[in-house]
Ligand binder design. Structure first.
Ligand SMILES: *[C@@H]1O[C@H](CO)[C@@H](O)[C@H](O)[C@H]1NC(C)=O
Ligand SMILES: *[C@@H]1O[C@H](CO)[C@@H](O)[C@H](O)[C@H]1NC(C)=O
Ligand SMILES: *[C@@H]1O[C@H](CO)[C@@H](O)[C@H](O)[C@H]1NC(C)=O
Ligand SMILES: *[C@@H]1O[C@H](CO)[C@@H](O)[C@H](O)[C@H]1NC(C)=O
Ligand SMILES: *[C@@H]1O[C@H](CO)[C@@H](O)[C@H](O)[C@H]1NC(C)=O
Ligand SMILES: *[C@@H]1O[C@H](CO)[C@@H](O)[C@H](O)[C@H]1NC(C)=O
Ligand SMILES: *[C@@H]1O[C@H](CO)[C@@H](O)[C@H](O)[C@H]1NC(C)=O
Length: 855
């Protein structure tokens, strides 16, 4: 294992917590289950799991991500296995770099966490082709995910290879390793019926084949509606409180709780409020669940061309508790951390107590778990999506805000309510930094870098690949070796054709199955067309300029991620199906069936000029001021690493569409395509009520993705080779790096906020519970609280960044906070008599709002 470099920022929440579960010994342990839970070495365990997909970050980030999950109260990591990243062609395997699965598993093991390995090997996951290698589609006779011999042969071969690899490294629990569960297939229940009887046979075969691998740990199948009894069926949804496994002797597991949603180029940005994520988790454990996995806990990045689709963005941030760049997303991360602590306090009673449900009102209920010893935990819910409710339980009155759940580890004291967010909010900004040319440049005084420019020709370069009458399918032709396929043809326009003489404009009409296309006529870019994440197909209809004589048409058809799910998804094609010229003398000229000449990919791609060692394979032109809006252009600059340690994004807002690399590492597709201003976005998200992916969107009318993550570990201090391929034209002089910084922290807490001191709270010593609201603030590593931007104890208004004093305000608020927090890395504020004037404005429910700066 290579020495690991971990960005220090990932550690800004020091792990001062006592571990909530025993660290794993390397002795073999027994994983079994019954209807209540997994039973690990005879002990029931409540599992709070975090999906972190290893190829969606880089090895240098893995230890930090796993630690940050652990600090967030996670005890299990979950990942898919990405077949098409591992088996590049039949029998040609790769387990290096971001695909070093064993290394990832060992990092999880060293952190003392369990691991759920969802082998699939079909995974969907908004990943290119759902994770199945594209070559398998071209093995004659193959149909994916059904009772089909070639598919089953290759699937079994790959699964066996992975299982054997895990066994060799002793990674299964039965060998003392972290893996406690494995998954076969993925959400097949939705599509099984499309495959008829063969689908049913395939399900049985998949379960049997997996169980026969003898891993010593149970197998799961998610969203499988006719699971064989040898596997556990699990739920994937925004809510799984009502889920029941098919068989009564299976435990209730939730493999995908979506804390946000993915994005597609050209659509707005979905967010799921932390109150609702916490609500769904608390409800699940209230109603008898015993394993819950956040999909995603860290979404990360679809580097290179790994994004599925079509149209999935390069960012796979997912509004997850850890953001794409590896920073805790606050308050979501912290709110869930408090939830996990609270749930864990109930673990023994939940898993070993006798459950009883009591109705406390029309939409209010409590689930009580009582053990013979008298130990008791209760979870009370109010599923009213509009109104708060006061309920009486065991002669005590409790108030629950609308759509919220309270947790009572001793059946008496509320330690957490899902709607009361007391953990800090951080404001994160992308701070632009100019590209700094590395020393070798002859232009020392110039601020920007020297750009080397290389232009591709529109159409065939070198020799054509083939010529054919009619339009071929894009995917079948490129077989995904590149996003790009040139379709070229030409036609003669009569000198006597009146249409372009008397100013009437002929038009081009294109119909395409997807995903996007640039139309070049006589080497000039005329128009771009594209579909979107909902409807990949599109039409182009645009006036064009033609000339008398020969006119050359070159269509650059593009894939933007292959289909990743659906019945028979591997047969979904792309590319133009009809090309016509209308409005010329002859009427309509249908080019769809004439002779076309084809070229797969770009010249620069085939020469791999994005790899530092290969850049000299073409002649670059050097310039300080590259021209703008120039299509089909490669740009290269040699730059220093941006200063500091913060994560880095490449700002491509002034570019068109294309691909980027740093030091030969593939950053991925960039496309600052804007979301329609007519989509529905919200200023403030109402967490109450059922969440849907389009409920709390932001970014209408803005670029879906402006910044592209470039991991710090890809940089050296200077001499970094940044290569961009721009398809349609942009302004390369405006390309910047941006560093991701926490600019301020906010906290907001009400007098009645449930709060407890973790170090002292034990179920047996619940008396020590202090009915006192506290809130803590913690700056990123090696920064301190440098200013108190706002503080008001009273009834402040607004939210983080826009707080203002309300009608009730303790004038000492700022000085109290300054005294406690200034120049500290972290501080804790208490809503007590000693600190604040709690007796003023007696009829007002008071709260404290604080915003501080860290530097
Ligand atoms: C594992 O535990 C289960 C239930 O406690 C038990 O039935 C089974 O025999 C155990 N298996 C092994 C290999 O010890
Ligand atoms: C798998 O199928 C074979 C052949 O039908 C059968 O003998 C075996 O018991 C099955 N194994 C499991 C684990 O279901
Ligand atoms: C609630 O109070 C009533 C009357 O004071 C008492 O009889 C009853 O036992 C109490 N119930 C519980 C669960 O404490
Ligand atoms: C996607 O394209 C379809 C058809 O053009 C359109 O109706 C729909 O509004 C588009 N969706 C988005 C999110 O832009
Ligand atoms: C090629 O693509 C079309 C879809 O456009 C599909 O119907 C056809 O079966 C494909 N052929 C192969 C071998 O995938
Ligand atoms: C237009 O029609 C004339 C006469 O039919 C034919 O000779 C010529 O090739 C046509 N031109 C095109 C561009 O199809
Ligand atoms: C690139 O060139 C350097 C220096 O010649 C060499 O050490 C390195 O292995 C080369 N890298 C690749 C990927 O070929």
């Amino acid at each position: 294992m290579a020495p690991q470099h971990t960005p220090p920022l990932l550690f800004f929440f020091f792990c001062a917590l006592l571990s909530l579960f025993p660290s794993l010994s390397s002795a073999a342990y027994n994983v079994s289950y019954d209807r209540r839970s997994l039973i690990i070495d005879g002990r029931r365990e409540l599992l709070i799991s975090a999906a972190i997909h290893y190829p969606r970050s880089v090895p240098a980030m893995w230890p930090g991500l796993v630690q940050l999950a652990k600090e967030g109260g996670i005890n299990t990591i979950e990942t898919y296995v990405f077949w098409n990243g591992h088996e590049l062609s039949p029998d040609n395997y790769y387990f290096g770099g971001r695909y070093d699965l064993v290394r990832f598993c060992k990092i999880v093991q060293e952190a003392g966490l369990y691991l759920i390995l969802r082998i699939g090997p079909f995974v969907a996951a908004e990943w290119n082709f759902g994770g199945v290698p594209v070559w398998l589609h071209y093995v004659p006779g193959t149909v994916f995910r059904t009772d089909n011999e070639p598919f089953k042969y290759y699937m079994k071969k790959f699964m066996t290879l992975i299982v054997e690899k895990m066994k060799q490294e002793k990674l299964f629990a039965s060998q003392g390793g972290p893996i406690i569960l494995s998954q076969v297939e993925n959400e097949y229940g939705f599509y099984e019926s499309a495959y008829g009887e063969a689908g049913k046979r395939y399900t049985k075969w998949a379960a049997n084949m997996s169980v026969s691998q003898n891993t010593g740990v149970p197998w799961i199948m998610c969203q499988q509606f006719d699971p064989p009894d040898t596997v556990i069926d699990t739920c994937n949804s925004f809510y799984c409180d009502h889920f029941k496994p098919i068989s009564p002797n299976k435990p209730k597991f939730w493999t995908e709780n979506w804390p946000g949603w993915f994005k597609t180029f050209g659509a707005s940005d979905p967010h799921r409020p932390p109150e609702d994520v916490a609500f769904s988790v608390a409800r699940f454990f209230q109603k008898g669940g015993s394993l819950q996995n956040y999909y995603m806990y860290h979404g990360g990045t679809n580097f290179g061309r790994t994004a599925g689709g079509p149209f999935i963005t390069t960012s796979y941030d997912y509004d997850a508790p850890i953001d794409e760049y590896g920073l805790a997303r606050c308050p979501k991360w912290g709110h869930l951390k408090e939830l996990h602590r609270s749930i864990k306090l109930c673990e023994h009673a939940l898993l070993n107590g006798k459950p009883k449900t009591l109705s406390l009102g029309p939409l209010q209920e409590v689930d009580v778990y009582e053990e013979p010893s008298g130990a008791c935990s209760a979870i009370i819910s109010n599923t009213d999506d509009k109104n708060g409710a006061t309920v009486v339980f065991k002669n005590t009155t409790y108030y629950l805000p609308a759509w919220s759940v309270s947790i009572l580890p001793d059946c008496k004291n509320v330690v957490f309510n899902t709607a009361k967010v007391g953990s800090q909010t951080s404001v994160v900004e992308m701070i632009p930094t100019d590209l700094h040319p590395s020393a070798t440049t002859p232009y020392k005084d110039f601020k920007g870098p020297q750009w080397d420019v290389f232009r591709e020709r529109a159409g065939i370069w070198d020799a054509a690949d083939f010529t054919k009458n009619g339009l071929v399918d894009h995917i079948n032709t490129t077989k995904d070796t590149t996003d790009y396929l040139w379709y070229t043809t030409s036609f003669l326009l009569d000198e006597t054709d009146e249409s372009f003489r008397n100013g009437k404009s002929p038009m081009i009409l294109v119909e395409s199955k997807g995903h996007a296309m640039h139309v070049f006529i006589n080497q000039k870019l005329e128009v771009t067309g594209s579909g979107n994440g909902t409807v990949p197909r599109f039409k182009i209809r645009l006036p064009i300029t033609l000339k008398a004589g020969k006119n050359e048409i070159a269509l650059l058809s593009m894939a933007v991620g292959l289909q990743n799910a659906g019945a028979f998804y591997e047969w979904v094609g792309a590319g133009p199906t009809s090309v016509k010229i209308v409005g010329i003398k002859n009427g309509t000229l249908d080019l769809s069936t004439i002779k076309w000449t084809y070229k797969i990919g770009l010249r620069g791609e085939s020469l791999k000029i994005y790899e530092p060692n290969n850049t000299n394979r073409v002649n670059w032109e050097s310039t300080l001021r590259p021209s703008k809006h120039q299509p089909l252009t490669w740009y290269k600059a040699v730059v220093d690493s941006p200063p500091g340690q913060e994560p880095v994004g490449l700002d491509m807002i002034h570019m068109g569409k294309g691909l980027a690399w740093l030091n030969g590492n593939e950053v991925g597709r960039y496309w600052p395509r804007k979301a329609s201003p007519h989509e529905i976005c919200v200023q403030q998200c109402d967490y109450r009520g059922k969440f849907m992916p389009n409920k709390c969107n932001t970014g209408c009318g803005e670029a879906t993705q402006r910044w592209y993550h470039v991991p710090r570990s890809w940089f050296k201090p200077s001499g970094n080779v940044l290569v961009i391929f721009e398809e349609k034209g942009g302004d390369p002089s405006k390309i910047r790096f941006s560093t991701r910084k926490v600019s301020s922290l906010c906290a907001h807490i009400a007098e009645d906020h449930p709060s407890f001191d973790m170090e002292h709270l034990q179920i047996s010593s619940m008396e020590e519970y202090k009915k006192k609201a506290t809130v803590s603030l913690k700056c990123p590593a090696s920064t301190k609280i440098s200013a108190v931007k706002f503080a008001s104890f009273g009834d402040p208004v607004g939210s983080c960044g826009t707080y203002a004093v309300g009608g009730c305000h303790d004038p000492n608020s700022v000085s109290v906070v300054q005294k406690v927090c200034l120049n500290k890395e972290e501080c804790e504020l208490e809503l007590s008599h000693e600190s604040f004037d709690v007796n003023s404005c007696p009829n007002v429910a008071k709260r404290l709002a604080v915003e501080v700066l860290c530097s």
